[in-house]
Design a protein around this ligand. Structure first.
Ligand code: AG3
Length: 281
C-alpha cells in the first residue's frame, strides 16, 4: 500500500510526497515535530504538519536567506539567527571566513535535537564549531539582552501562525533594529508571493513603521514550499542591495554553493510585476 503525505497550500491545492517511512513523531511545548523519509525529496522535517526542510532542496532556502546579506555588508562579524533550528542557515553563514561569531537562537530545543539526529548534513555546524553558539530561548527576549551588537540578523521562522506569529510584527522589528548595529542588516523569510502577497505587504508596512528606511524583497525557487516561488526581505538603515553590492567582494571570496551565485544575488531582487504593484503602489 502506498503512503502519501499532503501539505495543503490552499483548500484546493498542495504538495504531495510519497513516503517511504515515518522516522520520528514528537510533540514539544510549541509544536508537533515529524520527520518523514520520502522518495523524491529524501528526509523532510514537518512542524505542525508543514514542510520546513527537505534534504533535496534545503540548500536553496538556506543559501538565499544568508549569502545576499553577507555579501552586501562589507565586513560582517557578528550574526544572529532567530529560529532556524535545523542549522541550515548556520552552515551557510560559517562559510564566510570573516564571520567571528554566529548565535542561533531557537525557541524549541526539540527541533535542534531532532535535526542533529535526522539531518546531519543540515545541522553539521551545530556541534563543535567554536564560532557557533546555540541558545534555546525566545528570540525577542534574547535580543532585548543584546543591544547594538549584530551586523546581520536572520529571521528563519515558520509561517506567521503559531509560535512565529510575533516575528512578523512591528514591535518585533523595532527590537531587531535595536539589536543591530547602526549599519546592520535584517533578513527574514517572507512567504510565498503567489499565495501570501498580503503577508508580504504587511511585513513591508511593519518594517517601515518600525524605522527601517531601506527595505527590499527578493525571490527564489523552493520546490517544496507553497507555490514553489518564495521570498525574503532585507531591511537596513544603510546598505541598499539595489546599489551597494560590491563586485570586488564577490571576486575576493567565493562561497561553495549550489544555487547562489553573484548573478543570482543581483537577479533575485528583480521582482515580478504583480509583486511590485501589490507591495510598492
Ligand atoms: N522556514 C520557512 C518555512 C516556511 C514554509 N511554509 C510552509 N511549508 N507552509 C523553514 C525553516 C528552514 N530552516
Amino acid at each position: 500500500m502506498d503512503l502519501w503525505y499532503t501539505e495543503f497550500h490552499t483548500p484546493n491545492a498542495g504538495l504531495k510526497l510519497k513516503v517511504k517511512e515515518t522516522l520520528f513523531v514528537g510533540r514539544s511545548n510549541y509544536q508537533t515535530i515529524e520527520v518523514l523519509d520520502t522518495y523524491e525529496y529524501g528526509r523532510v522535517l514537518l512542524l505542525d504538519g508543514l514542510v520546513m526542510t527537505s534534504d533535496r532542496d534545503e540548500h536553496i532556502y538556506h543559501e538565499m536567506i544568508t549569502h545576499p546579506a553577507l555579501y552586501l555588508h562589507p565586513a560582517p562579524k557578528n550574526v544572529l539567527i532567530i529560529g532556524g533550528g535545523d542549522g541550515g542557515a548556520v552552515r551557510e553563514v560559517v562559510k564566510h571566513g570573516g564571520v567571528e561569531r554566529v548565535v542561533l537562537c531557537e525557541i524549541d530545543g526539540l527541533v535542534i535535537e531532532t535535526c542533529k539526529k535526522f539531518f546531519p548534513r543540515v545541522a553539521s555546524e551545530l556541534n563543535g564549531n567554536d564560532r557557533v553558539a546555540v541558545v534555546v530561548d525566545d528570540g525577542t527576549e534574547y535580543m532585548g539582552r543584546n543591544i547594538s551588537i549584530f551586523d546581520i540578523l536572520i529571521v528563519d521562522s515558520t509561517d506567521p501562525i503559531g509560535p512565529a506569529e510575533g516575528l512578523f510584527k512591528e514591535d518585533f522589528y523595532k527590537k531587531c533594529l535595536a539589536a543591530l548595529r547602526p549599519d546592520g542588516i535584517l533578513v527574514a523569510q517572507s512567504e510565498s508571493p503567489f499565495y501570501n502577497i498580503n503577508i508580504i505587504k504587511e511585513m513591508h508596512r511593519n518594517l517601515r513603521e518600525a524605522g527601517f528606511p531601506v527595505i527590499n524583497f527578493y525571490i527564489g525557487a523552493i520546490p517544496t514550499y507553497p507555490s514553489g516561488l518564495w521570498s525574503w526581505v532585507m531591511a537596513s538603515k544603510k546598505y541598499d542591495p539595489s546599489k551597494d553590492f560590491d563586485p570586488a567582494r564577490f571576486a575576493a571570496h567565493r562561497v561553495n554553493a549550489k544555487y547562489f551565485t553573484d548573478e543570482i544575488c543581483r537577479a533575485a531582487f528583480m521582482l515580478p510585476a504583480f509583486f511590485k504593484e501589490a507591495v510598492f503602489t
